[in-house]
Write a new protein. Structure first.
Length: 280
């Protein structure tokens, strides 16, 4: 299995760092783009293993860092906190649009990727981004989300008031113990683009096969949000699976030392879904 680090630029001329994985014998194959969540990155936890597993199954997989996720040349540490502070949902949608466009114009994966067979995977906030994206684009054939958010405004009234007063809030990264500033750009984006960023409204416009997976014991995104997403989906082929005893990250921490039963279950369901709706 080959792994190729690649960089491209978005429409704001910012770097998007990608990893393209595929078997050496694969040509003109379906691709799966994997979207990480808030405070996530392409090399976090299960992402490399998930990408490698799908690549070994015959897919071209693309893991990437959103351009303002805070990860720069150092793939494991948040060294670009000013960039992280200015990130928004709309900017992440722009990044994803750029990646799909690069595939379709032949600049990314030419000869390897079948541009008419692209699947999307999203975890947590990345799941919400993926849901909005597929509601706006007809170029994606199928979608899988893990622990997807159903709403973009995840801040209580007190936090929002402090945000407006100070112009920023600080959120602790429990893994690294860093205080990560979020500027008012995100709050303004949520308010200015409320209609576009309405995830539950977006799900009613999705026509492609969609699999929703969620951990029974998700400590970050309530199970109710997964249920709301599934109920709002109007696509004919859809499924919702609640993973028993699973956390927000399917029992995986960073770095990923061992595979949990919850993760293996989610992985099997995900690969089977792509096999059915992307590689049939």
């Amino acid at each position: 299995m080959l792994r190729r680090p690649i960089t491209i630029h978005n429409s704001s001329n910012e770097l998007i760092r990608l990893d393209l994985r595929h078997r050496q014998d694969v040509r003109n194959a379906p691709a799966v783009i994997l979207c990480h969540g808030f405070k996530g990155f392409k090399d976090w936890g299960f992402f490399p293993h998930l990408a490698e597993t799908l690549a070994n199954a015959g897919y071209i997989t693309i893991t990437f860092n959103f351009s303002r996720n805070g990860i720069g040349a150092d793939p494991q540490n948040f060294t670009e906190l000013e960039s992280f502070a200015r990130n928004t949902y709309s900017h992440e949608l722009e990044d994803l649009t750029c990646i799909v466009a690069e595939i379709q114009n032949g600049n990314l994966g030419k000869g390897l990727i079948d541009p008419d067979n692209i699947g999307l995977f999203g975890h947590s906030r990345g799941g919400g981004i993926a849901l909005i994206f597929v509601s706006e684009n007809s170029d994606i054939k199928t979608l899988v989300t893990w622990a997807a958010i159903a709403k973009v405004n995840r801040f209580d009234g007190q936090q929002a008031a402090l945000w407006k007063k100070n112009g920023f809030i600080e959120i602790e990264n429990k893994r690294t113990k860093q205080l990560m500033r979020v500027e008012r750009d995100l709050l303004d984006d949520i308010n200015k683009n409320a209609e576009r960023l309405d995830i539950l409204s977006a799900t009613t416009k999705i026509s492609i096969p969609t699999l929703i997976l969620h951990g029974e014991n998700d400590e970050s995104v309530p199970v109710k949000e997964a249920e709301q997403i599934f109920e709002n989906l109007t696509c004919e082929a859809k499924d919702f699976v609640l993973i028993e005893d699973a956390s927000h990250t399917m029992g995986i921490t960073h770095p990923m030392d061992v595979k949990s039963l919850a993760y293996e279950t989610a992985l099997d369901l995900t690969e089977n879904w792509f096999d059915r709706y992307l590689n049939s």
